[in-house]
Structures are given as C-alpha cells and as structure tokens.
Ligand binder design. Structure first.
Ligand SMILES: *Cc1c(COP(=O)(O)O)cnc(C)c1O
Length: 220
C-alpha cells in the first residue's frame, strides 16, 4: 500500500474512533473533560505509526521497551506512553523518551523509579496499574494494596487498569474510578482498549489505549 492509501484508511479509522469516544462522553453523565486517545502501535511499523501522527494522533503507546526505543527514534513528533511491563534495567533508556509510564505494577518498580527520579532531580510521571478484574494472570496492584505513600522521585498522576477479556468490563472500570477518587482525586484514569473503550469513557476514562481498531490488517 502507498502512504496515501494507508493514510486514507487510517484517517477513516481515527475519525471513527474519535466519534465513538465523543458519543460515549456524551452518554456519560460526567462533566467529562478531554479524553486523550493513545494509539497503541505495537503491531505496526514505524512507517504506519508516523502516518497516524501526521493525522493528528500524536500520543503513541508501546508495551515493549525495545520497540518503544526503536520507534521513538524513527517517528518524529510523537509523545510516547509506556503501557507494558517495564524492567528495572531498562529505566535509563526508556524514561527520557516517555511522557508517562502507565504500567507501574510492583513496589520494586515503583522504588526503582523513585531512585531514578531523585537521581536525575525530576520526578518521573507515572500511573499505578491496578488489577481490578481479579484475574491472577494480570499484573498490577490489588485494589486494597495500591501504594499511597508519596515518594519524592515519582509523580503519581493517576491509575491504570485492564479489564478481563471476557465478561462485562464496567465493574472493573467503575472500581478504578472509585479508587482514583479516593487515592488520586482529579487524577488520570487510563482504561479502555479496542474492545471496551466506549464503556471506559462512560465510566470516566481520561486516557484510552487503542490498537487493533486503528491498526488491524496494517501491520507491516
Ligand atoms: C496492546 C495493548 C493495548 C491495545 O489493545 P487493543 O485491544 O489492540 O486495542 C492497550 N493497552 C495495553 C496495556 C496493551 O498491551
């Protein structure tokens, strides 16, 4: 496919996702402020990622540090979000490239980020990942064990979760919102993927992470 053909397909999909976000926002009773669309580029090349940036979706997410490093170099004008498991030995190279780490899923990582932020003299902006679905296979803090003590080297801007693949995602999203209200009032809520982003927006998401709906079939 030429860039023009790819751009046309992507443009249509972006418009469609944005319209669905707006409609969900209108349905939510909330005085919802902006919902940021994070395009998850893990299944596509830097070329496709660059095209989506040209279409105005400048927030991009990657779940693997190495892929993020590679695309961050190759895609101009993007703001990067680290949304997957981050190993402590990859902080040095990853943190300077990203605007937000969504996936702080353990005390060990949190403390490594704190040390990193103190050493560089600027706190690292993060979200704490919460396992709201109770699935053992999913990472993140249990809802009753989200670390709340402030640390000088990290700036906790909000919470993130992934709903279970099966079943109604709404209870998990509502639970995350309650936790956010209690622990990080006014903070960010990163929730919602291709299958469930509209429900997430209805429940107050401020960041949705969408991959498949934008990029299906365009991996190359
Ligand atoms: C892959 C991924 C997404 C995007 O998922 P889709 O279902 O493809 O939209 C969102 N969040 C995380 C953490 C992911 O790993």
């Amino acid at each position: 496919m030429t860039d023009t053909e790819l751009g046309a397909i992507l443009g249509e999909r972006v418009a469609n996702v944005r319209a669905r976000i707006e409609a969900a926002r209108a349905r939510s009773g909330e005085a919802a402020s902006g919902v940021k669309l994070v395009a998850v580029t893990k299944t596509v090349s830097a070329r496709v990622a660059a095209l989506v940036v040209e279409l105005g979706v400048t927030d991009l997410g990657e779940s693997r540090p190495q892929a993020l490093w590679q695309k961050a170099e190759a895609v101009p004008g993007a703001t990067w979000h680290m949304i997957g498991h981050l190993q402590r030995n990859k902080l040095e190279r990853t943190i300077p490239l990203v605007s937000l780490v969504h996936s702080v899923d353990s005390e060990r990582l949190l403390h490594a980020l704190d040390a990193f932020g103190r050493a560089r003299g600027a706190p690292v902006p993060v979200l704490l990942e919460v396992n709201c679905s109770g699935e053992a296979a999913k990472g993140g803090f249990a809802p009753d064990a989200v670390p709340v003590a402030p640390l000088p080297g990290v700036q906790v801007l909000g919470l993130m979760t992934m709903a279970a693949r099966e079943g109604d995602p709404r209870p998990a999203f509502a639970r995350l919102r309650e936790l956010r209200d209690a622990l990080v009032p006014g903070g960010e809520l990163s929730m919602g993927m291709s299958n469930d982003f509209e429900v997430a927006v209805e429940e107050g998401a401020t960041l949705v992470r969408v991959g498949t709906t934008l990029f299906e079939g365009l991996g190359e």
